[in-house]
Design a protein around this ligand. Structure first.
Ligand code: FES
Length: 113
């Protein structure tokens, strides 16, 4: 059994090999945005992997292209919907806190006013 700890909430959930970071978050009621529904067509599921990067699936070109749009991009950034667990290890990810001035733009159902 793998685990994923989500920061800054510091909440840990069990996960299975093959689960995505987004799958586990949503199954446990965590507020990880996913405006495109998990099909690699936005960057709202951006997470920063603090531990366990080598236990996630490799990044594909589509994911890298979408990540370029993410606020607060780092070398440890991944899209939660595209990052699937490959090993039974303890993974730690941070959900970046959006700038409050633009956070409303990233929530599901947001409209361009
Ligand atoms: S939910 Fe849109 S890219 Fe992950």
């Amino acid at each position: 059994m793998a685990t994923i700890t989500y920061l800054p909430q510091n909440i840990t959930h069990e996960a299975l090999v093959g689960d995505s970071i987004l799958d586990v978050a949503l199954a446990n009621g965590l507020d990880l945005q996913h405006n495109c529904g998990g099909v690699c067509a936005c960057s709202t599921c951006h997470v920063i992997v603090k531990q366990g990067m080598d236990s996630l699936t490799e990044m594909e070109d589509d994911e890298a292209d979408q990540l370029d749009e993410a606020e607060g991009l780092t070398l440890q950034s991944r899209l939660g919907c595209q990052s699937r667990i490959t090993k039974e290890v303890d993974i730690i990810v941070e959900i970046p806190q959006l700038n409050p001035a633009i956070a409303h733009l990233f929530h599901e159902g947001a409209t361009a006013d």
